[in-house]
Design a protein around this ligand. Structure first.
Ligand code: 13P
Ligand code: SF4
Length: 304
């Protein structure tokens, strides 16, 4: 650790106490950000932590929709996102207006939106889901027709696990689509003993070659199993830091070094410190959409 970093971390820790803040960090964040976290997790775990947080302030080290979900769940708290430009390109592939139009075409389908959406889109949805609970959420619904937004690959994966009729939005994650079947085939040859684990945002051809399809939190739990000593990891490479830190002696092989989410890497120690000093940038969901968006997120957390 650089001397400068140590100084920044010590300032972050004392300001965190002064401001009564908790630092929530997604599994894809840079290692030095994971190291200052009060909690590191996947989208579902982070929203559950936010909902239960007893601090006045949450510093969210992730992307915009995650901070927005925290604001939906905790409207009275100050939610800081240390870089406001950390967005999710997939979340921007559907707008509330586009969804309203599609709902008119499919009036008897239930809208399930991935949490990787804006608050406006959540407000147009019956229920949200994450990669960790998407199958359970869809199974919990009585309707047989599902309009799933925005990730066509997650939606397709869930459709293979249920008997419902799916209408998929044409969205996708630019980072996970960089993972290709040939990457997996090559690594299977080189590491025949390794378990191959991929995220459900991957292409169906990639999912077909995997041993397990898991959320990032699911991957962290799976890695702890006694029968896993080598793991090929098909998701954003930031998670490799946590997997290696928690499982010394085990081998973790990223499927592709190209699977980087540039938005996740925008959060730095300096920006975390500045956000606590200035209590900005803040993410706050507008009052007119807050209640409707909260219903969709709350319904998800009831299923969890
Ligand atoms: P998880 O909920 O599995 O952490 O995934 C979040 C995400 O953005 C995946 O790209
Ligand atoms: Fe969005 Fe993909 Fe980045 Fe996840 S990895 S935040 S889905 S762009």
């Amino acid at each position: 650790m650089l001397e400068n970093d140590a100084e920044i971390i010590s300032k972050i820790n004392s300001l965190k106490k002064e401001r009564q803040a908790v630092i929530l960090v997604h599994n894809y964040q840079l290692g030095e950000i994971q190291d200052i976290a009060d909690f590191v997790g996947d989208s579902l775990e982070l929203s559950q932590k936010a909902a239960l947080a007893d601090t006045r302030v949450i510093v969210f080290c992730g992307v915009h929709f995650m901070a927005e979900t925290a604001s939906i769940l905790c409207p009275d708290k100050t939610i800081l996102l240390p870089d406001l430009s950390a967005g999710c390109p997939m979340a921007n592939m559907v707008t509330a207006e586009e969804l309203r139009q599609r709902k008119k075409e499919l009036p008897d389908a239930t809208v399930v939106s991935y949490v990787n959406t804006t608050a406006e889109v959540k407000a147009e949805s019956e229920i949200c889901c994450t990669s960790a609970n998407a199958v359970r959420v869809v199974e919990s619904l009585s309707n047989e027709k599902i309009l799933f937004v925005p990730d066509k690959y997650l939606g397709h994966y869930v459709s293979t696990k249920t008997n419902k009729e799916f209408f998929l939005w044409p969205g996708f994650c630019p980072t996970h689509t960089r993972i290709l079947p040939q990457h997996i085939l090559e690594l299977r040859k080189n590491y025949p003993e390794a378990k191959v684990v991929v995220h459900p945002e991957c292409r169906p051809e990639v999912i077909a070659l995997a041993d397990e399809v898991l959320s990032t939190g699911g991957m962290c739990r799976y890695a702890r199993r006694d029968d896993v000593s080598q793991m090929v990891v098909g998701t954003e490479i930031g998670i490799i830091y946590r997997l290696r830190k928690e499982n010394p002696g085990k081998m973790f092989i990223p499927v592709s070094e190209q699977a980087i989410c540039p938005n996740m890497k925008l959060i730095t120690l300096e920006k975390v410190l500045r956000s606590l000093e200035e209590m900005s940038p803040e993410v706050k969901v507008a009052e007119d959409i807050h209640l409707k968006a909260k219903m969709a997120v709350d319904r998800m957390l009831e299923v969890a």
